[in-house]
Design a protein around this ligand. Sequence first.
Ligand SMILES: Nc1ncnc2c1ncn2[C@@H]1O[C@H](COP(=O)(O)OP(=O)(O)OP(=O)(O)O)[C@@H](O)[C@H]1O
Ligand SMILES: [Mg+2]
Length: 250
Amino acid sequence: MILNPKGGSGKTTIATNLAAYYANKGRLAALIDYDSQGSSTRWLNKRPESANPIHGITSSENRTGLTRSFLMRVPQEIERVIVDTPAAFQKHELIEFTRNADKIVIPVLPSDIDIHAATHTIADLLLTAKISRYENRLTVVANRVKSNTIVFRSLMRFLESLDIPVSAVLRDTQNYIRSAELGLGLHELPPAQVAKDLLQWEKLVNWLEHDDKQPVYSPAMVPAGHSCPQTQPDRVVKSPLFEGPVERSL
Ligand SMILES: Nc1ncnc2c1ncn2[C@@H]1O[C@H](COP(=O)(O)OP(=O)(O)OP(=O)(O)O)[C@@H](O)[C@H]1O
Ligand SMILES: [Mg+2]
């Protein structure tokens, strides 16, 4: 389940890419669109016939008992169910949303507003939905990251203070926008174009599939005295966090 009531944090992007990832690994995947905006469903409708199929299940207007009724519509042979959730929902719906989720992925953007909103989301997950940190069901994905900016480092410090694993750091790139337009996932674009992104995705999938305990990031990985060149966004910086020089968004 991909969840964050903050709009535009990357829920649909991660849900659709995850579904495409599994479809390309030969897994039978279902994509449940819990959002009445229907963004995941629109993406699925654009998907070319030649692409590996994904079973789509679309939202109804009535949210009562929704996850239960959705799950009843998942064919038995499906191996991975990915749920895209809406922005802004009631606290009591959180319990319903998360009850059956094996893994809950919270995408967070590096911005003050998003960091602030994420504190509420995570508090609600821990206190209202009563998900324990130790169940290993929660992970955060830092999304649309422009590395070595001050706000990215603030985000990572904040996430570390929560003691919730950061399973992936996804860079800000037009690859997501281009693939979405075609109804494809990153894993279905020419490999040379998305090589850096695929490495980032591997970490998320490792966590989902194997409860990978390897931290993706810790402040200790940033060399002492390393500057945060927010005022030099064009600079290409090598950081131990990333596999190669970080490209500016295209
Ligand atoms: N890593 C990324 N790099 C570049 N663009 C991105 C990235 N992640 C998401 N986007 C873009 O950001 C926008 C918002 O993403 P998305 O629709 O996935 O968010 P959302 O959380 O599902 O939004 P909503 O709350 O409205 O459902 C989209 O245009 C998407 O293509
Ligand atoms: Mg969405």
